[in-house]
Ligand binder design. Structure first.
Ligand SMILES: [Zn+2]
Ligand SMILES: [Zn+2]
Length: 322
């Protein structure tokens, strides 16, 4: 039973309060312990632009909406979120801006901290960059998912039994990143990259390959989960598939092939929806090459093998206001 009193909400006998960032950041999460506190997601922000940089601060709410979405998805997939403020190497976000002061902000991940450039929330800037780099897709949520991929490769793969298999599939991540970066921006992706990589950027270095694959895994599971929650059923005509396609809210360790089959029909359907209103494809990627599928399968295996204890929600993590 949910009962709202002002901005305090009673849920099953417990009192929850609005996050202190409800107005400034349009945060819709709740806090269990005390009124006037910031929620778990907002506290993951380690650095923000200076208070007098009003242009950048105006963009924080947009950027935080995608960050909250990422965290909800991590929680639903049972992926651990150990915050930066509870220990070195925990997850945190530096949301900075290269826009107002012409500062150089490099999007990336280091030691648990994900750095993003708020200028990417500006459509004209992000779209120009996308076209200049020849990318099929560029969004803030995509940046969050990609950088989260770097973080989770570091804690869930490089420090665990998965590392040898990961190197077999993605290559040795100890290869020089500086050399790889120079090579990529000089000569681009190698001919025939589609046979082994999910995107051109993934060809640059094994780390980028994993991060790109991880991001696509979150794209796939995120859309399937949303579709499932709305009861989407694709009753496709023709001999294949023989049954209506019903995206599921989650897919177990042995369900990877089913997930991929559901995804091909679901993304194909949404591509048609977008085309029917004159927009670019919803999911502008096609991966059929076996190595790409095996890399995605690896991410699925790593994530579905996580111990269930990791799902434990921290304060307010599980509760969101409307
Ligand atoms: Zn909040
Ligand atoms: Zn990257």
């Amino acid at each position: 039973m949910v009962e709202a009193t002002g901005f305090d909400i009673e849920v099953d006998g417990g009192l929850w309060h609005e996050c202190a960032n409800r107005r400034e950041w349009r945060c819709n999460w709740l806090v269990a312990d005390q009124s006037g506190a910031r929620c778990f997601a907002c506290r993951l922000v380690r650095h923000r632009p200076p208070a007098d940089d009003t242009l950048a601060n105006e963009k924080l709410a947009d950027a935080l909406g995608d960050q909250h979405r990422l965290l909800v998805q991590l929680q639903s997939l049972g992926i651990p979120v150990d915050p930066w403020f509870e220990g070195d190497g925990g997850l945190g976000f530096d949301l900075l801006s290269s826009y107002s002061e012409n500062r150089v902000v490099t999007i990336g991940h280091a030691n648990g901290i994900v750095t993003l450039d708020l200028v990417e929330t500006l459509d004209q800037v992000r779209e120009q960059t996308r076209v200049r780099l020849g990318e099929a897709y560029r969004t803030m949520l995509g940046h969050y998912r990609h950088e989260a991929g770097h973080y989770y490769q570091w804690i869930l793969v490089e420090q665990t039994r998965w590392i040898d298999e990961c190197r077999t599939l993605f290559g040795d991540e100890r290869a020089s990143y500086t050399d790889a970066l120079a090579r990529h921006y000089e000569s681009g992706a190698p001919e025939g990259w589609q046979d082994a990589f999910i995107s051109e950027y993934a060809t640059m270095h094994p780390w980028e390959d994993f991060a790109e694959t991880f991001a696509h895994y979150l794209h796939i599971t995120g859309v399937l989960q949303t579709s499932a929650s709305a009861g989407v059923v694709i009753d496709a005509a023709g001999p294949v598939p023989p049954q209506p396609v019903r995206p599921r809210p989650s897919y177990g360790p042995d369900d990877f092939d089913a997930m991929l089959a559901d995804w091909r029909w679901t993304s194909g359907f949404f591509n048609q929806v977008n085309r029917s209103i004159g927009k670019a494809d919803f999911y502008p990627f096609r991966f059929v090459a076996a190595p790409v599928v095996e890399k995605l399968r690896f991410v699925h295996r790593v994530l579905t093998a996580l111990p269930p204890t990791h799902i434990a929600p921290t304060d307010g993590f599980a509760r969101r206001a409307a």
